[in-house]
Design a protein around this ligand. Structure first.
Ligand SMILES: C[S@@+](CC[C@H](N)C(=O)[O-])C[C@H]1O[C@@H](n2cnc3c(N)ncnc32)[C@H](O)[C@@H]1O
Ligand code: SF4
Length: 356
């Protein structure tokens, strides 16, 4: 059983904080999609058992009509996509149209992730998003036939107040989104936001996160990963498979794969990719460290037996540190799993570093 990630590096415009490989010129779109189909045909193992597919970006909803169906057909003509496979497409409100929804429905897409970020129109303008609150509501209505939907929100945006975040959370919960991703803003070097000199206030971000956590829990959501909340077990199967070290293919520029115990990274040069000359960087995956790092971000935590299978007896090797974190109430060791206590997520990175 494997997953597939497909990277779409095009956007309507570039957001001020974004450091993803995105915003490529639209005149390269058709050639890029052709190259994607060739990569899928070359690298996907015939008859491979596929349980999740994720088209992310960038903004897959800005693709020309027919592109998403063609890409998914290329996958299906090679692999065995399970009848109950989770197939997600990321979209931005401004590019969700009738045609887009009709196309993804006919291509059997059964999950969408919508980038709202904030419902404050002033803030949206400030971070260069092309949609507004009303545009999100229009898109959400058009997407009604798809039940499995997620909303992306951000916290720590420039000038964002607690009230702004509460208003966005309220819109997301009133929209009855079964899944909400909540990302703390990272100011990445090279972005216009970084160049503007804006710096994140870590303490304020931690307060915003705590407030959002309490809000979502009190509205019936569970936190199953530090940035991911869902209702009625509607967690993202694709993202959960990353945290579980399930193997996956990554197609497209800058996409990563985990296959046969190797991490494979595609280069991000679109011109070389279109010509079929994508450079790939391969390294052995370090299953034990990756598992500790990823599993501790989840509510379930680290399966200590499974980690022993990767050659690490964590309780024995880090006994002193783990005992201390348990004594302080930050870690819980229960039923064979080591996990963070609910209120320890804000020091998660320190704990992970200590356990590596
Ligand atoms: C790569 S984007 C693609 C989705 C879509 N293009 C969009 O922006 O809505 C996935 C999500 O990552 C989050 N994100 C992007 N840049 C970020 C940053 N610098 N810090 C925190 N979250 C970020 C946003 O919430 C975004 O929805
Ligand atoms: S729309 Fe998404 S991927 Fe595109 S620039 Fe904005 S954050 Fe990045």
């Amino acid at each position: 059983m494997r997953g597939i990630y497909i990277h779409i590096p095009f956007c309507a415009r570039r957001c001020s904080y974004c450091s993803f490989v995105s915003g490529m010129p639209h005149d390269k779109m058709r050639l890029y999609v052709d190259a994607l189909k060739r990569e899928i045909d070359d690298r996907l193992v015939c008859g491979d058992d596929i349980s999740t597919i994720y088209l992310g970006g960038g903004t897959p909803s800005v693709l020309y009509r027919g592109a998403i169906s063609d890409i998914l057909s290329a996958v299906r003509s090679k692999a065995r996509v399970r009848a109950d496979a989770e197939i997600t497409v990321e979209c931005n409100p401004d590019s969700v149209t009738d045609d887009f929804v009709a196309e993804i429905l006919s291509a059997d897409v059964n999950r969408v992730s919508v980038g709202l970020q904030t419902d404050n129109d002033e803030l949206l303008k400030r971070i260069c998003r092309p949609h507004d609150r009303a545009g999100f509501l229009r898109a959400w209505e058009l997407l009604a036939p798809i039940k499995n939907k997620s909303i992306d929100l951000m916290l720590g945006l420039p000038a964002q107040t607690k009230e702004d975040l509460l208003s966005s959370l309220s819109l997301a919960t009133l929209s009855d989104a079964p899944h909400i991703s909540l990302y703390a803003l990272k100011v990445e070097e090279g972005t216009p936001l970084y160049e503007s000199g804006f710096a994140v206030d870590d303490d304020f971000e931690a307060d915003l996160y705590d407030m959002a956590y309490e809000y979502l829990i009190s509205h019936g959501y569970e936190r199953y990963e530090v940035s991911n909340f869902c209702k009625n077990d509607m967690y993202s199967r694709h993202n959960s498979s990353y945290w579980d070290l399930t193997e996956y293919y990554g197609f497209g520029i800058s996409a990563h794969s985990l296959l046969g115990g190797k991490r494979i990274a595609n280069d991000d040069n679109i011109d070389k990719y279109i010509l079929g000359n994508c450079d790939r960087f391969v390294e052995d995956s370090d299953a034990a460290s990756e598992y500790i790092m990823l599993a501790l971000r989840t509510a379930k935590g680290i399966d200590l037996d499974r980690l022993r299978g990767y050659g690490v007896d964590l309780l024995a090797e880090k006994n002193r540190k783990i005992t201390e974190y348990i004594r302080q109430g930050f870690l819980i060791n229960e039923k064979g799993f080591l996990r963070l206590n609910d209120h320890a997520f804000y020091i998660m990175n320190d704990i992970i570093c200590d356990l590596m």
